[in-house]
Every structure is written in structure tokens, then in C-alpha cells.
Write a protein that binds this ligand. Structure first.
Ligand SMILES: *Cc1c(COP(=O)(O)O)cnc(C)c1O
Length: 368
């Protein structure tokens, strides 16, 4: 049996007629930027997340940069970012004109270690970025109280967590402003790039809406210089069809995850990402830690199972952040994690047989 890491072709095959029709409708009207389909998706996504405003942008990285800009912080402000994420999380801090301060991750949740944040706060700290990595809500409750105590903004990077919940609330509605990515492989993926910003704050929403569209609300009335970062209508058409299936897909991912958790619970050599109490993860990825990673990955590949590594180099240790001179002992968990982390296949179209096959193959691994 062959188990791919993700199967976008199977997803398209299941929705072909609906997606083709939605795309054809946009082409027939030649309404490629804005228009009814754009408005409809924006409204449906806003309602799904449960935020007051949603702004559609070109991709998840722009979403972060624009969201940070909307906070109008003094240039060079410090923003605390988890040391394990995709580079976009920290990159956006820099491109928005601020300084990245990395925080180590938690050994069990693989998300930001909340207990290490307060020692990083200085007079220049103005925000914390919460990343719900792999689709697991990070400890946003604790982050929120730290933000309230120190008067900081809370930005949520929900690129991997569409529909994930904490205490019955969707992630993206807990902080001051939140961002999503519609990169094709994400839980809600476009047929190209796409992203969104959500917030309950009218002022932040207006700024984001205008900044992403040349600083304007009306056609040629530019109130300030912005950028062109729009979500095009063809992507909205695809996303609006897929959004209807997202709850069901997230449910299927959770069902796969449940089977993995149960089957791997007794493996002494493997640790799965821990879930915080009162949260509902959406398992964009199913991340586990294995000491003997190279042999484990070879074992999976020899059995035609495609694993992934997210991410092989912790952010502080990337060449891009060489200037910060991060040492392994500054980020001990992130450092250990980068050498042990493996992502197992998880996607809604995965058959029960595929899941059983992955479980069996993992259980057969002879850990040294
Ligand atoms: C994918 C991703 C982004 C960036 O989204 P793009 O749409 O690819 O620009 C940001 N943060 C995280 C955690 C991501 O996984």
C-alpha cells in the first residue's frame, strides 16, 4: 500500500463538478477582482470563524505583515514569536519594521512555552504572536492574560488552524487580530495563494482592508500608500466550495488523529503532540517526536509511507537569523525538537486501511 503525505487530487476528484462550476461562473462573469463571489466567500469565512471583520489578502505571509502594520507600533518594537514555526511568522515581524524575539517551545505541546515569555518582555515589547502549530491551539488563555498584564497586543497566526477551538471559541477570535493562509496544502486551501485577516476591531480592520488595496476604500481616493495584496475571485470561488466541507474534513482529520493517539500511546520511543485541555485541534499535521528519526523515516519510506519534517531547522538556527547568534542552550526544546520531529500522513481522504497500515508500520519499527 502507498500512503502519500497529502492527496489534493483525491480531494479535487470528489468535488470536481462543484469546483469546476464555481470557476466557470467567475470566468463567465469576468469578475476577477472583487464582485459577488468574492463578497460571498468573505462573508461565509467571517461567519465561520466568528469574527466581526474579515479582510481577504494575497497570502498568509502578507496577512501577518499587514496585521502587524495595523497595530501601528513604534518602529523597532519587539514582538515575541515561538522558535518553532514556519518562517513567515517571524519574517512578517521584520518586514513590518520590527524586531523578532524568539521564545522556546514547550516539550509536550510543541507550541510556545508560556512560562518562558515573561523573562523576554522588555520596555520595547509590544506584542506576542501565538502560532497554533500543526493545528493545535497554543495556550492562548495564558497568552492573553500575559498580554493584559503587560499591555501587549496578541496576534494569532492561524495558518494551520482553520476551525480549531479553545474553550468553544474558534482560534482567530481570541487575540486582537488573527491571520489565516489558504496555501493549497492548508486545511482550507485555494488553487494558488491566498490569505485572510480577521479581527473584532473596526479600526484595525479598516486599516488592513485599505492597506491591502493601495490605501483606498473608493477607486481613486487613496488615503495613504499601501500594497496590492488581494485575494482574487477565482480563489474565492474555489474556497467557498471547500469551506462547506471544512468542518467535515476537520472531523475526519480528528478521527485519524484519535486512532494514531490510541495506537501510539504505549510506544516508549515516540511522543505525540499533546493537546491542551478544552481545545479542539484540526490536525493540519500529526507531529510526533522520535529520537532515532533517520531510521524511522527510512522505515516509513521503505514501506511506501510519505512522512514530512516540520521543521528541520528551528527558526533561531536558520541562516536567516544568523545575526541573532542563537545558541542551542538558549532554545533547548526547539533544538532537540528539530532533530526529532516527524509528521505522519494525515488528510481527510485517508482511508481506514491507510491509517491501519501507517499504525502497523510504525508499531513494527525497531527502535534502537
Ligand atoms: C503557511 C504558513 C504561513 C504563511 O502562509 P502563506 O500563505 O504560505 O504565505 C504562516 N504561518 C504559518 C504557521 C504557516 O504554516
Amino acid at each position: 500500500m502507498k500512503v502519500p503525505f497529502l492527496d489534493l487530487k483525491a480531494q479535487y476528484a470528489a468535488l470536481k463538478s462543484e469546483i469546476d462550476e464555481a470557476i466557470e461562473e467567475v470566468i463567465a462573469t469576468c469578475s476577477f477582482i472583487g464582485g459577488e463571489v468574492y463578497d460571498r466567500f468573505r462573508e461565509n469565512f467571517r461567519q465561520y470563524i466568528g469574527a466581526k471583520h474579515a479582510v481577504m489578502v494575497g497570502n498568509g505571509t502578507d496577512a501577518l505583515e499587514i496585521a502587524i502594520k495595523s497595530l501601528e507600533l513604534d518602529a523597532g518594537s519587539e514582538i515575541i514569536v515561538p522558535a518553532n514555526s514556519f518562517i513567515a511568522s517571524s519574517e512578517a515581524v521584520t518586514t513590518a519594521g520590527h524586531k523578532v524575539v524568539f521564545c522556546d517551545i514547550d516539550d509536550d505541546t510543541f507550541n510556545i512555552d508560556v512560562s518562558k515569555i515573561e523573562s523576554l518582555i522588555t520596555a520595547k515589547t509590544k506584542a506576542i504572536m501565538a502560532v497554533h502549530l500543526y493545528g493545535q491551539p497554543c495556550d492562548t488563555r495564558a497568552l492573553k492574560s500575559i498580554c493584559e498584564k503587560h499591555d501587549l497586543f496578541l496576534i494569532e497566526d492561524c495558518a494551520q488552524a482553520h476551525g480549531a477551538q479553545m474553550s468553544g471559541k474558534n482560534v482567530g477570535t481570541i487575540g486582537d487580530i488573527a491571520t489565516f493562509s489558504f496555501y493549497p496544502g492548508k486545511n482550507l486551501g485555494a488553487y494558488g495563494d491566498g490569505g485572510a485577516i480577521v479581527t473584532d476591531n473596526d479600526k484595525l480592520a479598516t486599516f488592513c482592508q485599505m492597506y491591502a488595496n493601495h490605501g483606498r476604500i473608493e477607486k481613486y481616493n487613496h488615503e495613504f500608500e499601501g500594497v496590492n495584496s488581494r485575494l482574487d475571485t477565482l480563489q474565492c470561488a474555489v474556497l467557498d466550495v471547500k469551506l462547506r466541507y471544512l468542518p467535515e474534513w476537520n472531523e475526519k482529520r480528528r478521527a485519524v488523529a484519535e486512532r494514531y493517539y490510541k495506537a501510539f500511546r504505549d510506544l516508549s520511543w515516540m511522543r505525540c503532540q499533546a493537546q491542551l485541555e478544552d481545545t479542539l485541534g484540526v490536525f493540519h499535521l500529526f507531529a510526533v517526536r522520535v529520537k532515532d528519526r533517520d531510521s524511522f523515516i527510512n522505515h516509513l519510506k521503505d514501506s511506501n509511507i510519505q512522512p514530512g519534517i516540520h521543521y528541520p531547522i528551528g527558526l533561531p538556527f536558520l541562516k536567516a537569523y544568523e545575526h541573532l547568534s542563537a545558541k542551542a542552550e538558549d532554545f533547548p526544546i526547539t533544538h532537540a525538537h528539530q532533530n526529532e520531529i516527524v509528521s505522519l500522513p494525515i488528510f481527510p481522504e485517508m482511508s481506514d486501511e491507510m491509517v491501519s497500515y501507517v499504525i502497523r508500520t510504525v508499531q513494527e519499527f525497531k527502535h534502537s
